[in-house]
Design a protein around this ligand. Sequence first.
Ligand code: GN1
Ligand code: MG
Length: 365
Amino acid sequence: MTKTKEELLDILSRFQLDEKVVSAEPFGNGHINDTLKVTNEKGEIKYVLQRINHLIFTNVEMLQNNIHTVTSHIRKKLEARGEKDIDRKVLTFLPTKEGKLYYFDGDSYWRVCLFIPRSKSFEEVTPELSYEAGKAFGDFQSMLADLPEGAIGETIPNFHNMEFRLEQFHDAVKTNAAGRLDEVKDLIREIEKRADAMCIQERLYREGKLKKRTNHCDTKVNNIMFDESGKVLCVIDLDTVMPGFVLSDIGDFIRTGANTGAEDDENLNNVNVNMDIFRAYTRGYMETAKSFLTPQEIKLLPYGGRLLTYMQTVRFLTDYINGDTYYKIHSPKHNLIRTKAQFKLLQSLEEHATEMDEFMNQYLN
Ligand code: GN1
Ligand code: MG
């Protein structure tokens, strides 16, 4: 962050804030946007200031409109439920003095939301947290299930579209920009073997047999805020909330939460599916999502875990073949290491596919 304190305070002065603020300092560990906590004269954190990464989110207008639509819709649902303390249960973004949802300073885009007091988040998943996360993301989707089509746009077009990700992969293979193809021949073969089977959602959609829903598309446990007693307050990180196929929000949690190893584990023996986490998330998710899911979607939920893991394998390998142009890397082969770890997780999910399907039967009869 290259801005001086004075510059940051000037940016903050463009927004409609209720309190005098005196400092803005780096906050959290996001990989996409720059996030700062903003304090008042008493030293209390009051707001969160973010610089939006507009190289990834190229349509900031759409991004902020989406977030406004989604948070207002959720707020209305919470009011109708008679919830108290709503400012801690949905993010509140503040407009600029000109009434806009972001401020452009000539090279960067900025936004401000209320800081949620007395809240915490977790980096590690336990079965208990997994169950709470499942309920929270299911509830989030269910509150947004009646958003009319077209109410929000795709902030990253085709973000979780498997056919599109395979097209990008095939382009990368054809171009071989970094000359790395020979090294990854076996992985390419494994990806090709599964390619057809992994595009079920796109085919069903074309046949009119599957509808798009509003998904969060980044269902990691650290995107949920909890109160002091461990109760869920709200879901955060709304940049990728967009219309898409329903499996995203169970699939990406299984991929990130139900892995016994790390996303980039070099020791593949560490990487396996944790069935307790899968079952706990599914139980929670089904509690809140069953009201809108069709039987066909319910049946596909375990496939969602394989799909999102396969998709991430494809995305990491594509980036490796392209010469590491998208994901930040911390070592020369980082994307290859990530690819292998995701592929190992995929194999483990495949081995447990029948067991997972059997677990879903209780929701299908
Ligand atoms: C990126 O930076 P993070 O962890 O929020 C990516 C996700 C990937 C993830 C892989 C906008 O998310 O789609 O699954 O890395 N986000 C974007 O770790 O591409
Ligand atoms: Mg994110």
